[in-house]
Design a binder for this molecule. Sequence first.
Ligand SMILES: C[S@@+](CC[C@H](N)C(=O)[O-])C[C@H]1O[C@@H](n2cnc3c(N)ncnc32)[C@H](O)[C@@H]1O
Length: 273
Amino acid sequence: MKLVPAIILHLLPSPVLSEARSIAKVPGRGRRKPGAIMRARREKDLRLFIRPSSVNAMPKENDSRDQRMITLFRKWSLFYDSKIVRLLYFDRVQPYIVKELSLVLKNLQGKSLRCIDVACGTGEILCRLAGEFPDVSFVGVDLSDDMIDVARAKCGAMPNIQFVSANAIRLPFEDNFFDLSICTDAIHHFSVPEKILAELYRITNRTGWVFVADPAYDTLFQRIIVGTFGITLDKPIRYYPKKDLRAMIAGAGFSPISPGYKYFTNVFLAQKR
Ligand SMILES: C[S@@+](CC[C@H](N)C(=O)[O-])C[C@H]1O[C@@H](n2cnc3c(N)ncnc32)[C@H](O)[C@@H]1O
């Protein structure tokens, strides 16, 4: 009985694809801009790998914690990219993260690389990478439609980025699909981070890489600063000392793990083998 609605839903046009089609059409002339065609094609290529129960057709089945997260980031989407927030935190850590990720992409061999940012927020990291690597296909996924809207408005027109609204716990992608999987500043929001890391492992290809960053919770000073900021967020959130997060990443199957640190943020680069 479940099969019939699933097939019907799958046959429905994807909003993402219809959006791509409308963008690709030049009004009045019925011709397509080369960039728009490329974007539509890439989205179609991507769509081929999205499971039949794609996010566009599948209810997100969010639990109450997810709902709180959606409410929280509805508010945050209004000022997440504001100058003051950027000045206090993101401008200090994101250039470092983008530099590290650029090195990984430069070192990855092969054409048609795919990179995903899970819980991408307003897509800042992907926007920067997509400009630097026009031949790489980037996908940003987030639970919050409001954060995704900001990301789309900012860089959704770039031909090599697609944003998808989905829960990180059930990512709508085939196994081994991405060469590089990113998750920054989001682990502390997940109720069971191990499940998200397992999803990252599943969607990362056999020789691919994962990059995880999250606020550091090691020294007393970090605990005071990070913990104080955490009070401004809706509970429950949980920060992890470096060794715990490292153990979780290893537990998901990634190795070897190279740790790094920048401005109250622990980062880890690891490979799926
Ligand atoms: C602090 S923001 C980080 C955004 C971005 N990665 C960055 O580094 O700026 C955390 C993001 O995690 C997203 N998020 C929380 N729970 C999620 C879930 N279960 N699935 C997908 N995204 C989730 C939120 O909507 C929010 O955009």
